[in-house]
Ligand binder design. Sequence first.
Ligand SMILES: [Zn+2]
Length: 271
Amino acid sequence: MPELPEVETIRQYLNDVLPGLQVRQVLHLDSRMVKNGRLSSEEIARRLPGHMVKSLKRRGKFLFLEWDTKDHLLLHLGMSGRLIWVPENVPWVVHTHMVLDFGGHHLRLIDPRRFGRIGWMASGEDLVPHLGIEPLSHDLTAPRLIQRLAGRTAPIKSLLLNQGIVAGLGNIYVDEALFRAKIRPDRPGGSLTETDAKRLTRAIRAVLKQAIEHRGTSFSDYVDALGHPGQNQDYLRVYGRNQGPCSVCGEVIVTQVIQGRTAHYCEHCQR
Ligand SMILES: [Zn+2]
């Protein structure tokens, strides 16, 4: 699933090419993908032509195309979504759910599992008010994290996945951050000390920044806006490394299913 670094990699590329370009026509917008906001797919398709992209923003795993009208098109890539920028003559593949024609090039959303979403957000509207702290902003501090985890008995792995405490983390980067912070994934969130929280905030930032530098992690579906896989899978320390040696102590990396999600960790290093 694309997590924050993958979405950010796509955002950075598209933010170099899209601003200043105008939508000629909306060639396709699957109504089943429009799950957020008040406008239907037909209304969105009617509004977009003639409008120019101002910038691309990101919040957690959500992408926003900001238009000259200050309205935003919200995009979420779900489990298997790809957002690609291609010359118009590239044939459409199956599961293409959105095609915006910018004259010569298309912005296409391809999503085989259809867990992604599209929505229209009017200027000033907030369709993602439930999202937690933005991890690469100054808002992620140990005291704030401790405050949000206080009294929580759920495992820290699950709390970090739920987007309402910290936004943008999925299975891969939660496992990697907990490993670097030396925290067991099944620890109750409320049991984290201030020292744990300091290590965890530093670890979250470090794993996300490293992954963005390597243009995201490609295990199965993820590709960037040009269709290229990322390289960060070569730098992961625990995720997908089960039965392999821990890079710190040499013990075997184990897995445990925690509230339906598999956690990868080192029993020796993480407490
Ligand atoms: Zn270890």
